[in-house]
Write a protein that binds this ligand. Structure first.
Ligand code: TYD
Ligand code: MG
Length: 455
């Protein structure tokens, strides 16, 4: 047997980049001060080397592989099923990342409850909370039944043994940063520990055909490795995001070996856990002011689902030499560009004005299809003219002030119609594709100037 040899290397705690010497800036992800020294055992390591006789693989022809009926398990949460690509795949490893306190444990405990309620054997391993704390959380969420087993443990070999002995169908590991293997000398949460734990769970998932969820906290700095260092090892990566002060949460697929990554799931955090939001448009538009300048509704596509969102702009006289520009929820540079277009192409003197743009509800949108809405909201606030509250705007704006076409225009217009909007400003080039839609007034515009004439 080769002799064990221990060396130390430096790992970037953000992206997992490995280096023989310390560096101030990571060449992989360009973050500063993220390198931490860790010792790694290079040879002769016993862990992970155990393989039961039956698990040795042999090559197989594609035609030999049979797909079982029930290869996808429904979590009884439509929003989650959609992000997973139509349900949970057996034998898959899913990473759920997000800021601490965003609701990852709550989401997964609810998934466990649903799956255990369907009679599946579920094991929830917590390295962060005591059994009592989990019980308190469970009581808030609702009724649980006997198929859910809880385990408070951080030792990787102990968890592995429990999983091998009890053979649950679904396992939740909360969180990967607390898992610890004695054979590795670096601290829990370090890149080596996190990678070793993930590869152990990967083997368990594939070997025993168990679906495993791993929780990974997004860390801003410090010595705890973030979920990005294990993105390449897992099958599916979901990020749970949202404004901690707002109630809605968005589950976004970043990587998915079994489906599309464009989908999002929308949830609302309430007193009794997470509630699915089936109609996000309605949710996002609640509380929209009726008669106010600078407010307009736009339609953005998230995955395959259109979502109506309110954009608010405030333009006011600046008291300083350099005007203030601020954006919340959208790209700052894009808004600056739109301000420049309004200034140059329409002669609006915004140079002496402060401008603030806010996507209501705290959601973040980068899609260019909301450009026209932003430009119209800015112009409406500047001119102090109210935009018809039953009108929405869709379109991308180019540098010469032209309104360019956007994708999936039918779906966007249909969504507006469904929510009771009566008029829709759309790019002129898209008029042909929506001419069949009746019951909503369609206004085709070629330039931002045409659109602003409707204010
Ligand atoms: P949690 O799932 O513990 O977050 P994470 O595991 O991502 O760190 O969520 C904690 C937050 O959720 C906490 O601030 C309280 C809130 N919460 C509710 O509002 N309602 C509930 O029913 C539960 C269980 C939590
Ligand atoms: Mg938690």
């Amino acid at each position: 047997m080769a002799k064990a040899k221990s060396t130390t290397v430096f790992f970037c705690q953000n992206c997992g980049h490995e280096s023989a010497k310390w560096m101030g800036q990571c060449p992989g992800c360009r973050q500063w001060n993220t390198f931490v020294e860790e010792s790694v055992v290079t040879k002769g390591r016993e862990m992970g080397a155990k393989r039961s006789e039956g698990s040795r693989s042999r090559p197989a022809a594609l035609s030999e592989i049979s797909l079982e009926e029930e290869d996808r398990i429904t979590t009884r949460m439509q929003e989650l099923d959609r992000v997973l690509g139509g349900g949970l795949v057996k034998g898959s490893l899913t990473l759920v990342g997000g800021d601490p306190g965003i609701g990852k444990s709550t989401l997964l405990l609810q998934v466990c409850r649903n799956l255990a309620g369907d009679g599946r054997e579920v094991l929830y391993v917590s390295g962060e909370e005591s059994l009592k704390q989990i019980k308190i959380r469970a009581n808030r969420i609702g009724e649980f039944d006997g198929h859910l087993k809880l385990l408070c443990e951080t030792s990787l070999p102990a968890i592995e043994e429990t999983i091998r002995n009890t053979k649950p169908g679904i396992v939740v590991i909360d969180s990967i940063q607390t898992m610890y293997h004695e054979g590795i000398s670096s601290a829990p949460g370090s890149v080596s520990q996190v990678r070793e734990s993930t590869s152990t769970f990967l083997q368990l998932a594939k070997g025993l055909n168990i679906s495993i969820f791993i929780v990974g906290h997004v860390t801003k700095e410090g010595t705890v490795a973030g979920p990005r260092v294990l993105e390449h090892m897992v099958d599916t990566v979901l990020y749970f995001e949202g404004d901690r002060h707002a109630s809605y949460r968005i589950l976004r697929g970043v990587k998915n070996r079994f489906g599309s990554t464009n989908e999002i799931g929308v949830f609302a955090m309430e007193a009794a856990g997470l509630r699915e939001v089936m109609n996000p448009s309605e949710f996002m538009l609640s509380g929209k002011p009726e008669e106010a300048s600078g407010s307009i509704v736009v339609c953005s596509i998230e995955g395959t689902r259109p979502m109506l969102i309110e954009i608010q702009a405030l333009v006011c006289h600046s008291n300083f030499g350099i005007p203030r520009r601020q954006t919340i929820g959208t790209d700052f540079n894009r808004v600056n560009l739109l301000i420049a277009v309004l200034e140059k192409r329409l002669g609006m003197s915004l140079g002496s004005c402060d401008a603030y743009v806010n996507i209501a509800g705290g959601i973040k949108i980068q899609e260019p299809a909301i450009d026209l809405g932003i430009a119209m909201a800015l112009a409406s606030s500047f001119k102090n003219r109210i935009i018809d509250s039953k009108m929405i705007a869709i379109g991308e704006v180019g540098l010469s002030g032209e309104v360019r076409g956007v994708s999936m225009i039918q779906a966007r217009v249909q969504e507006a119609k469904k929510l009771g909007f009566t008029a829709c400003v759309i790019p002129y080039v898209c008029m042909e594709s929506v001419k069949e839609i009746k019951g909503i007034k369609l206004i085709g515009v070629k330039t931002v100037g045409d659109a602003i004439a409707y204010l």
